[in-house]
Write a protein that binds this ligand. Structure first.
Ligand SMILES: [Zn+2]
Length: 300
Protein backbone atom coordinates (compact mmCIF):
# COMPACT_ATOMS: atom_id res chain seq x y z
CA UNK A 1 0.00 0.00 0.00
CA UNK A 2 2.74 2.45 0.95
CA UNK A 3 4.73 1.39 -2.07
CA UNK A 4 1.73 2.21 -4.24
CA UNK A 5 1.79 5.75 -2.86
CA UNK A 6 5.46 6.16 -3.62
CA UNK A 7 4.85 5.02 -7.16
CA UNK A 8 2.02 7.51 -7.43
CA UNK A 9 4.30 10.29 -6.27
CA UNK A 10 7.01 9.16 -8.66
CA UNK A 11 4.41 9.02 -11.42
CA UNK A 12 3.37 12.58 -10.77
CA UNK A 13 7.01 13.59 -10.91
CA UNK A 14 7.62 11.92 -14.24
CA UNK A 15 4.52 13.58 -15.63
CA UNK A 16 5.85 16.88 -14.40
CA UNK A 17 9.19 16.37 -16.10
CA UNK A 18 7.52 15.45 -19.37
CA UNK A 19 5.22 18.39 -19.04
CA UNK A 20 8.13 20.79 -18.49
CA UNK A 21 9.74 19.55 -21.68
CA UNK A 22 6.83 20.44 -23.86
CA UNK A 23 6.26 23.71 -22.07
CA UNK A 24 2.66 23.08 -21.09
CA UNK A 25 3.09 21.74 -17.60
CA UNK A 26 0.02 22.90 -15.78
CA UNK A 27 -2.53 21.67 -18.30
CA UNK A 28 -1.03 18.22 -18.23
CA UNK A 29 -0.47 17.96 -14.52
CA UNK A 30 -3.13 19.93 -12.70
CA UNK A 31 -6.74 18.83 -12.58
CA UNK A 32 -9.39 21.52 -12.64
CA UNK A 33 -9.96 21.15 -8.91
CA UNK A 34 -6.26 21.39 -8.20
CA UNK A 35 -6.09 24.63 -10.16
CA UNK A 36 -8.84 26.09 -8.00
CA UNK A 37 -7.13 24.83 -4.83
CA UNK A 38 -3.85 26.24 -6.04
CA UNK A 39 -5.16 29.74 -6.54
CA UNK A 40 -6.94 29.63 -3.18
CA UNK A 41 -3.97 28.44 -1.17
CA UNK A 42 -0.96 29.87 -2.95
CA UNK A 43 -1.45 33.14 -1.11
CA UNK A 44 -0.66 31.39 2.19
CA UNK A 45 2.34 29.56 0.80
CA UNK A 46 3.76 32.39 -1.28
CA UNK A 47 3.48 34.97 1.46
CA UNK A 48 5.32 32.88 4.03
CA UNK A 49 7.07 35.57 6.00
CA UNK A 50 10.44 34.00 6.85
CA UNK A 51 11.52 32.11 3.78
CA UNK A 52 9.70 30.42 0.91
CA UNK A 53 9.20 27.03 2.57
CA UNK A 54 7.04 25.83 -0.30
CA UNK A 55 6.90 26.87 -3.93
CA UNK A 56 4.03 28.98 -5.18
CA UNK A 57 2.88 26.14 -7.41
CA UNK A 58 2.00 24.08 -4.32
CA UNK A 59 -1.48 23.36 -3.11
CA UNK A 60 -2.69 22.89 0.45
CA UNK A 61 -4.53 19.62 1.05
CA UNK A 62 -6.38 18.25 4.04
CA UNK A 63 -5.37 14.70 3.19
CA UNK A 64 -2.52 12.53 2.01
CA UNK A 65 -2.87 10.16 -0.95
CA UNK A 66 -4.07 7.31 1.25
CA UNK A 67 -6.91 7.80 3.75
CA UNK A 68 -5.30 5.47 6.27
CA UNK A 69 -2.13 7.56 6.32
CA UNK A 70 -4.20 10.71 6.72
CA UNK A 71 -5.98 9.22 9.74
CA UNK A 72 -2.71 8.07 11.28
CA UNK A 73 -1.29 11.59 11.12
CA UNK A 74 -4.39 13.36 12.41
CA UNK A 75 -4.77 10.83 15.22
CA UNK A 76 -1.11 11.27 16.13
CA UNK A 77 -1.64 15.03 16.34
CA UNK A 78 -4.72 14.63 18.57
CA UNK A 79 -2.73 12.38 20.87
CA UNK A 80 0.10 14.95 21.12
CA UNK A 81 -2.32 17.78 21.90
CA UNK A 82 -3.98 15.66 24.61
CA UNK A 83 -0.67 14.62 26.10
CA UNK A 84 0.74 18.14 26.26
CA UNK A 85 -2.67 19.63 27.19
CA UNK A 86 -2.94 22.33 24.55
CA UNK A 87 -5.57 23.01 21.91
CA UNK A 88 -4.99 20.88 18.86
CA UNK A 89 -3.37 22.95 16.12
CA UNK A 90 -4.44 22.65 12.49
CA UNK A 91 -2.43 20.29 10.32
CA UNK A 92 -2.41 20.72 6.55
CA UNK A 93 -0.51 18.87 3.89
CA UNK A 94 1.20 20.51 0.94
CA UNK A 95 1.49 18.98 -2.52
CA UNK A 96 3.30 20.53 -5.45
CA UNK A 97 1.83 18.96 -8.61
CA UNK A 98 4.48 20.64 -10.79
CA UNK A 99 7.55 19.72 -8.77
CA UNK A 100 6.52 17.10 -6.16
CA UNK A 101 9.93 16.83 -4.49
CA UNK A 102 9.93 20.51 -3.61
CA UNK A 103 7.68 19.72 -0.63
CA UNK A 104 10.28 17.79 1.36
CA UNK A 105 9.85 19.95 4.44
CA UNK A 106 7.48 20.57 7.33
CA UNK A 107 7.05 23.93 9.01
CA UNK A 108 4.92 25.84 11.47
CA UNK A 109 3.20 28.84 9.95
CA UNK A 110 3.36 31.95 12.18
CA UNK A 111 -0.44 31.80 12.40
CA UNK A 112 -0.02 28.59 14.38
CA UNK A 113 -0.75 25.75 11.99
CA UNK A 114 1.49 22.98 10.73
CA UNK A 115 2.24 22.62 7.03
CA UNK A 116 3.56 19.15 6.22
CA UNK A 117 4.90 18.47 2.71
CA UNK A 118 3.79 15.39 0.79
CA UNK A 119 7.39 14.72 -0.22
CA UNK A 120 8.48 14.97 3.42
CA UNK A 121 5.85 12.43 4.45
CA UNK A 122 6.67 9.90 1.72
CA UNK A 123 10.42 10.30 2.11
CA UNK A 124 10.03 9.65 5.84
CA UNK A 125 7.86 6.57 5.16
CA UNK A 126 10.49 5.25 2.78
CA UNK A 127 13.29 5.79 5.31
CA UNK A 128 11.44 4.28 8.25
CA UNK A 129 12.93 0.80 8.21
CA UNK A 130 12.18 -0.23 11.78
CA UNK A 131 8.46 -0.13 11.90
CA UNK A 132 6.00 -2.33 10.16
CA UNK A 133 3.70 0.48 9.12
CA UNK A 134 6.51 2.99 8.52
CA UNK A 135 4.84 5.84 10.32
CA UNK A 136 7.08 6.38 13.37
CA UNK A 137 9.40 8.66 11.42
CA UNK A 138 6.60 10.78 9.89
CA UNK A 139 5.09 11.10 13.38
CA UNK A 140 8.49 12.00 14.84
CA UNK A 141 8.78 14.86 12.34
CA UNK A 142 5.25 15.93 13.25
CA UNK A 143 6.25 15.98 16.94
CA UNK A 144 9.20 18.27 16.17
CA UNK A 145 6.84 20.74 14.50
CA UNK A 146 4.32 20.32 17.30
CA UNK A 147 7.11 21.21 19.76
CA UNK A 148 7.41 24.60 18.07
CA UNK A 149 3.69 25.11 18.76
CA UNK A 150 4.37 24.22 22.42
CA UNK A 151 7.21 26.75 22.51
CA UNK A 152 4.98 29.40 20.98
CA UNK A 153 2.06 28.61 23.33
CA UNK A 154 4.17 28.64 26.50
CA UNK A 155 6.78 31.19 25.49
CA UNK A 156 9.66 28.73 25.61
CA UNK A 157 12.59 28.44 25.90
CA UNK A 158 12.32 30.40 29.09
CA UNK A 159 15.39 32.70 29.06
CA UNK A 160 15.68 32.21 32.82
CA UNK A 161 16.50 28.55 32.21
CA UNK A 162 19.38 29.31 29.86
CA UNK A 163 22.91 30.14 30.88
CA UNK A 164 23.96 33.63 29.73
CA UNK A 165 26.05 33.86 26.55
CA UNK A 166 25.71 30.18 25.85
CA UNK A 167 26.91 29.33 22.38
CA UNK A 168 24.07 26.87 21.99
CA UNK A 169 21.64 29.78 21.82
CA UNK A 170 21.75 29.96 18.02
CA UNK A 171 19.81 26.78 17.46
CA UNK A 172 18.30 26.64 20.91
CA UNK A 173 14.65 26.44 19.86
CA UNK A 174 15.39 23.72 17.33
CA UNK A 175 17.42 21.67 19.76
CA UNK A 176 14.74 21.96 22.41
CA UNK A 177 12.16 20.85 19.84
CA UNK A 178 14.35 17.77 19.23
CA UNK A 179 14.45 17.23 23.00
CA UNK A 180 10.66 17.43 23.26
CA UNK A 181 10.50 14.87 20.45
CA UNK A 182 12.84 12.42 22.17
CA UNK A 183 10.84 12.82 25.36
CA UNK A 184 7.52 12.13 23.66
CA UNK A 185 8.91 9.07 21.90
CA UNK A 186 9.84 7.59 25.26
CA UNK A 187 6.75 8.33 27.35
CA UNK A 188 4.18 5.53 27.74
CA UNK A 189 1.37 7.92 26.76
CA UNK A 190 3.48 9.18 23.86
CA UNK A 191 4.95 6.68 21.40
CA UNK A 192 5.93 4.36 24.26
CA UNK A 193 9.35 3.34 22.97
CA UNK A 194 11.28 1.88 25.85
CA UNK A 195 14.47 0.96 23.99
CA UNK A 196 16.46 3.72 22.39
CA UNK A 197 17.69 1.34 19.71
CA UNK A 198 14.09 1.16 18.42
CA UNK A 199 14.11 4.83 17.56
CA UNK A 200 17.78 5.73 17.13
CA UNK A 201 17.82 5.33 13.35
CA UNK A 202 14.67 7.42 13.15
CA UNK A 203 16.37 10.12 15.22
CA UNK A 204 19.44 9.90 13.03
CA UNK A 205 17.42 10.60 9.88
CA UNK A 206 16.11 13.55 11.77
CA UNK A 207 19.60 14.78 12.65
CA UNK A 208 21.14 14.15 9.25
CA UNK A 209 18.41 16.08 7.49
CA UNK A 210 19.38 19.21 9.37
CA UNK A 211 21.02 20.78 6.38
CA UNK A 212 19.80 24.11 7.60
CA UNK A 213 22.40 25.34 10.08
CA UNK A 214 19.87 26.95 12.39
CA UNK A 215 18.81 23.48 13.54
CA UNK A 216 22.21 22.81 15.14
CA UNK A 217 24.72 20.23 13.95
CA UNK A 218 23.69 16.57 13.51
CA UNK A 219 25.75 15.75 16.62
CA UNK A 220 23.97 18.40 18.69
CA UNK A 221 20.60 17.19 17.43
CA UNK A 222 21.39 13.57 18.34
CA UNK A 223 22.39 14.58 21.85
CA UNK A 224 19.22 16.68 22.26
CA UNK A 225 16.96 13.78 21.22
CA UNK A 226 18.88 11.40 23.46
CA UNK A 227 18.58 13.68 26.49
CA UNK A 228 14.84 14.06 25.88
CA UNK A 229 14.51 10.29 25.68
CA UNK A 230 16.50 9.82 28.91
CA UNK A 231 14.31 12.34 30.73
CA UNK A 232 11.30 10.31 29.59
CA UNK A 233 12.55 6.84 30.40
CA UNK A 234 15.09 7.16 33.22
CA UNK A 235 13.05 9.41 35.44
CA UNK A 236 9.67 8.03 34.46
CA UNK A 237 7.44 11.04 35.02
CA UNK A 238 5.30 13.09 32.69
CA UNK A 239 6.34 16.72 32.55
CA UNK A 240 4.54 19.92 31.66
CA UNK A 241 6.17 21.82 28.78
CA UNK A 242 7.48 24.38 31.28
CA UNK A 243 9.06 21.69 33.47
CA UNK A 244 10.51 19.96 30.45
CA UNK A 245 12.13 23.27 29.50
CA UNK A 246 13.70 23.58 32.95
CA UNK A 247 15.11 20.09 33.12
CA UNK A 248 16.20 19.90 29.52
CA UNK A 249 18.37 23.00 29.82
CA UNK A 250 19.60 22.11 33.28
CA UNK A 251 21.56 19.24 31.74
CA UNK A 252 21.84 20.15 28.07
CA UNK A 253 23.34 23.59 28.68
CA UNK A 254 25.46 22.18 31.50
CA UNK A 255 27.04 19.58 29.27
CA UNK A 256 27.75 22.12 26.55
CA UNK A 257 29.44 24.39 29.01
CA UNK A 258 31.75 21.58 30.03
CA UNK A 259 29.93 21.15 33.31
CA UNK A 260 27.60 18.49 34.52
CA UNK A 261 24.69 20.75 35.32
CA UNK A 262 23.86 24.26 34.35
CA UNK A 263 24.94 26.18 37.47
CA UNK A 264 22.37 28.91 37.00
CA UNK A 265 19.62 26.30 37.40
CA UNK A 266 20.63 24.70 40.70
CA UNK A 267 17.19 25.35 42.16
CA UNK A 268 15.60 22.96 39.62
CA UNK A 269 17.53 20.03 40.99
CA UNK A 270 15.85 16.74 41.60
CA UNK A 271 18.22 14.30 43.31
CA UNK A 272 16.66 11.18 41.75
CA UNK A 273 16.79 12.59 38.24
CA UNK A 274 20.28 13.92 38.89
CA UNK A 275 21.48 10.44 39.71
CA UNK A 276 20.01 8.98 36.52
CA UNK A 277 21.36 11.65 34.23
CA UNK A 278 24.78 11.63 35.88
CA UNK A 279 25.24 8.10 34.57
CA UNK A 280 24.77 9.33 31.01
CA UNK A 281 26.47 12.70 31.10
CA UNK A 282 29.70 11.50 29.53
CA UNK A 283 27.75 9.76 26.82
CA UNK A 284 25.73 12.92 26.06
CA UNK A 285 28.91 14.95 25.81
CA UNK A 286 30.46 12.41 23.45
CA UNK A 287 27.36 12.33 21.23
CA UNK A 288 27.44 16.12 21.02
CA UNK A 289 31.17 16.22 20.21
CA UNK A 290 30.96 13.40 17.65
CA UNK A 291 33.18 11.05 19.71
CA UNK A 292 30.17 8.73 19.64
CA UNK A 293 29.59 8.22 15.92
CA UNK A 294 26.25 7.99 14.13
CA UNK A 295 26.67 4.20 13.97
CA UNK A 296 27.44 3.94 17.68
CA UNK A 297 24.50 6.22 18.42
CA UNK A 298 22.17 3.70 16.79
CA UNK A 299 23.34 1.03 19.22
CA UNK A 300 22.84 2.98 22.46
ZN1 LIG B 1 12.16 23.05 13.78
Amino acid sequence: MKKKQLFLLAGISILSLLACNDGDSEDLVLSKNEKIEQSETSKILCSFPYYPAFSCSSVIKDNLIDDEDTSIMYNALTKMANYWKIQEPSLMFVHDPVNPYSTKTAVVHPDGFILYGYAQFYDAVQNDHNNYNHTILPITILMHEFAHILQFTHNLPNPGNLPPNSYITEGIKELEADGFTGFYLGRPKGLNKTKFSEIASVCDYFAMNATNKHHGTPEQRRSAVRLGFLLATEWGVDLTPQDFDKYFFLYFAGVYNGEYRNKTSENFRNPKLDAFIRKHIDELRKIASGEISAEEFKKL
